[in-house]
Design a protein around this ligand. Structure first.
Ligand code: CTP
Ligand code: MG
Length: 235
């Protein structure tokens, strides 16, 4: 079954601070998006990568893809994104040719995911899971809080879920294409990951081991870490 990857890259990167859209910011001189595209195209199983670009940046993304060396065996498409990540993913799904039966959804903001993680996700979907997420145990204890009553007010703690049963999930998340399309057509509320939409359909989502280097570049310190990881890889 042919595998396509959709890379939502249309966010502004508000938490990273002022500047270009996050996916177009450089890591060691190369745009984050190009690192992410290479990471997914590094899998021999991925034959199409759909980049969901900032709505005003499709031409720029197309020329970036042309300007950087990418595997010959992979096809690339660029489509404009939407107002939310969810909408951007849906626009990417809408652009998929019919032959792709397995879809990966991968944040451009996770530029350093190792190819072994990508392949593990694909393998689990091929073995029959409708949805697969890379997951890691948490280092921090997590508290559930009541939202603050107002600015400067405290956030009362409501509960402390048992840390050993919690996982931080990453991307690429892998799906049976029909399942993901149905999830996007059915779930209307805002979600922060695609697999949760499949959970809402009542279907099983399974985990595979995630990887530390698949962390999401979200805040300025993450840029420092990402560039250090790249420098270490060159050794
Ligand atoms: N994304 C997208 N379209 C949107 C919002 C987000 O394609 N309307 C993408 C981002 O480009 C990113 C991924 O979804 O690759 C994960 O989102 P996040 O890390 O939250 O990125 P941003 O939304 O850009 O960052 P922030 O929330 O800090 O503004
Ligand atoms: Mg965001």
């Amino acid at each position: 079954i042919p595998v396509a990857a959709v890379i939502p890259a249309a966010g502004r990167g508000v938490r990273l601070g002022p500047g270009a859209p996050k996916a177009l910011r450089a890591l060691n001189g190369t745009p984050m998006l190009i690192h992410a595209v290479r990471a997914l195209a590094a899998s021999r199983h991925v034959s199409l990568v759909v980049v969901v670009a900032p709505p005003d940046g499709t031409a720029e993304v197309k020329s970036l893809l042309d300007a950087h060396a990418l595997p010959e065996r992979t096809d690339f498409l660029v489509v404009p994104g939407g107002d939310s990540r969810q909408e951007s993913v849906r626009f990417g799904l809408d652009a998929l040719p019919p032959e792709y039966g397995i879809v990966l959804v991968h944040d451009a903001a996770r530029p350093l995911v190792p190819v072994d993680t990508v392949d593990a996700v694909i393998e689990a979907v091929r073995e029959g899971a409708p949805a697969v997420v890379p997951a890691l145990p948490l280092a921090d204890t997590v508290k559930e809080v009541e939202p603050a009553a107002g600015p400067g007010e405290p956030e009362p703690v409501v509960a402390t879920p048992e840390r050993a049963r919690l996982r931080a999930v990453q991307t690429p998340q892998g799906f049976d294409r029909e399942t993901l399309v149905r999830a996007h057509a059915t779930v209307t509320e805002d979600v922060t990951d695609d697999a949760s939409m499949v959970e809402q359909l009542g279907l099983g989502v399974v985990t595979v081991p995630g990887h530390e280097e698949a962390f999401k570049v979200t805040r300025p310190l993450d840029l420092v870490l990402a560039e250090a990881v790249l420098a270490r890889r060159r050794l």
